[in-house]
Design a protein around this ligand. Sequence first.
Ligand code: F6R
Length: 360
Amino acid sequence: QKGGYKHFMLKEIFEQPRVIADCLAGRVDRNSGRVILPELEAAEVPERLFIVACGTSYHAGLWGMYLMEQWAGIPTRVEIASELRYRDPILGPGDTVLAISQSGETADTLAGIHLAKARGARVIGLCNVVGSSVAREADLVVHTQAGPEISVASTKAMCSQLALLTLMALAFGQRKGVLPEDAAKNCVPGLEHLPAALDAALPGMRQRARELCRVYAEARSFLYLGRGLCFPLALEGALKLKEISYIHAEGYAAGEMKHGPIALIDPKFPTFALAPIDSLYPKVKSNLQEVQARGGKIIALTQPGGDLDVDHPWETPAAWGPLASFMLLPALQLFAYEMADYLGKDVDQPRNLAKSVTVE
Ligand code: F6R
């Protein structure tokens, strides 16, 4: 059942290359670079988008916001479902709600769908479980096709959500005629390159995660930092570590560090930084210098060509632009996994958690 892996979580992390390939199958035309999402053909390109989700799916939504804005010019907000449902949001006919849920049964996300429908907004569901409540109640549904996710901690489902959000942003940008040339040219080939590149990289990533978790196993708390697309990934890295290893971790936008959390930095409070070589790299680098100036230890996920002088640089394979996230995410997952396993925790069934949160 676990396919020779020690835990379902590890198996699911290693399935991610296949998950990306499945998300792309039949959905991209290699020659024209066009995205084919028949599920959304009936839908107009949203004028405004509200992404609604919980937990890891919320982090995927936050990540998707950057691409919806940048590639499709769609004003996008991302809402924690349990907050949205008790507000009086400015939401109505003409608006589109994108509800993201692996299980399709999360009570708060469903309540968000009901609220959106009651106010006349159109609802697109992005979910993994076919026939689930989200799939049934949304006006249109896109399936992430990640296959059953058994481990309570979500891994491959998030990967599939990011892949579909990428395709949706591309498709909307193409239809509106606003897709930047760089993305039009490089995204589809970049996506197609991912499965093989990630597959080749995963064993080495796991090895690095094993080494690092032994170095940091005494830490009682971690600060995860990232900017741009790496801010939601920092939130996700921290969530994964918390939920399965029970080590406290906080995800923060790197630029916000100086507004408070920097006070916590000392040699016993390590920072896990996301520092791919993108336009924000110099900014992240200077944040890390601030951490070092206070004696903080640093693990930094980066890419080839970087020049970080930190305790533990961790190079992930090159990938085009935003697609670097598909290399960073498994590294975050593996670090949490190896830490939890090293500390003897019940990786697949963490205490107090359920796979599908059907209560509010
Ligand atoms: C974290 C995790 C949860 C879920 C959240 C939403 O690893 O699994 O945070 O992401 O409960 O679940 P879905 O996506 O099923 O709505």
